[in-house]
Design a protein around this ligand. Structure first.
Ligand code: SAM
Ligand code: DTB
Ligand code: SF4
Length: 334
């Protein structure tokens, strides 16, 4: 089976809306054809700079525009981040994801600190991923030279729904940063959130934009909104597990080789619901009792689930995605 980058909206919608059991079966088949279904990438997430962000993303507790209970802190010291990476590695994590509540990277001492963190975690043999907001080509190059493996920058939703959720930047800005990261030879981690009040068509359009990238993003995180008190989306109803399974399965079918990450929102999902997501092709999670600011299942609970399902944590650099990608350009159609 070939990897397609020209899925149409109609094709995607048909896959997404097919009978749930057919959809899961098809996705499981695709997953098994392209990946080891028992291997799940375990990433550890650390918020290296929390809160006080100037963007107004409606879902985010770290925005200055909303009154939330997030404890703001400036950038963490290198030693602390190194210790966290050591602990995560001994717990079986192969990837460390560093998140900062920044609108964009600025060329200052804080960026130099991030570069030092990337270098040092990379030297421990872990894949390092950063999510720092918008990047210029030059900054992406510096991160790449420091050993950055992946850059997380989510599209979050469709271009049309985007402006209902965020007004302080555009969809184009988002796509530009992804291009800059790709040009610098960094693998891409890009996905979205469901449960923000978007329509199914918005989800389909987002999946079209992601699956039209050539090459596909190497990781595609699918987040279920974690409604946080004080944000405009605090009253949103929790997304149903069936919608999550549909989204995961469709993502897997469209982007067979990408790591599909069952991201935020696992705290509200049953073990059985998560198991169905793994069957439908999810093969990556964030482990640890906290995401950036909101709770995540306890590490031991996740390991118990892995034991029950026979899943094993994936080793670092399993997929030489940079080689798979083969080129340092990404073409994006919208
Ligand atoms: N500031 C950077 C940015 O926006 O790219 C990096 C950090 S930001 C918190 C990373 C991603 O977390 C967002 O793009 C969004 O997809 C996700 N996210 C943030 N708040 C969330 C929430 N309450 N529920 C689910 N996902 C959320
Ligand atoms: C992603 O797609 N999900 C992660 C990661 N990328 C950086 C973040 C989820 C954040 C959930 C809300 C919070 O904990 O603040
Ligand atoms: Fe800032 Fe990122 Fe939160 Fe948006 S999602 S407010 S850019 S930290």
């Amino acid at each position: 089976m070939e990897i397609k980058t020209d899925w149409s909206l109609k094709e995607i919608r048909e896959i997404h809306d097919s009978p749930l059991l057919d959809l899961v079966f098809k996705a499981a088949q695709v997953h098994r054809n392209f990946n080891d279904p028992l291997k799940v990438q375990v990433s550890s997430l650390v918020s290296i700079k929390t809160g006080g962000c100037s963007e107004d993303c409606g879902y985010c507790p770290q925005s200055v525009h909303y009154n939330t209970e997030v404890k703001v802190h400036s950038i963490l010291p290198l030693e602390e981040v190194n210790e966290m990476a050591d602990r995560a590695k001994s717990g079986g994590a192969s990837r460390m994801c560093l998140g900062a509540a920044w609108r964009e990277v600025r060329d200052n001492k804080d960026f130099d600190k991030v570069l030092a963190m990337v270098k040092s975690i990379n030297e421990k043999g872990m894949e390092v991923c950063c999510t720092l907001g918008m990047l210029t080509e030059e900054q992406a190059k510096k991160l790449s030279e420091a050993g950055l493996y992946a850059y997380n920058h989510n599209l979050d939703s469709s271009k049309e729904f985007y402006s209902d959720i965020i007004t302080t930047r555009t969809y184009e800005d988002r796509l530009n940063t992804l291009k800059n990261a790709r040009k610098a030879g960094i693998t891409l981690c890009s996905g979205g959130i469901i449960g923000m009040g978007e329509s199914v068509d918005d989800r389909i359009k987002m999946l079209k934009t992601l699956s039209s990238m050539n090459p596909h993003p190497e990781s595609v995180p699918i987040n279920a909104l974690v409604p946080v008190k004080g944000t405009p989306l605090e009253k949103m109803k929790l997304v149903s597990i069936w919608e999550m399974v549909r989204m995961i399965a469709t993502t897997r079918i469209l982007m067979p080789k990408s790591a599909v990450r069952l991201s935020a929102g696992r705290i509200n999902m049953s073990k059985e619901g998560q198991a169905l997501c793994f069957l439908a092709g999810a093969n990556s999670i964030f482990a640890g009792d906290k995401l950036l600011t909101t709770p995540n299942p306890e590490f031991n609970e996740d390991m118990e689930l892995f034991e029950i399902l026979g899943l094993k944590p994936m080793e670092a650099f399993q997929k030489e995605s940079r080689e798979v990608a083969g080129k340092n350009e990404v073409s994006v159609e919208n």
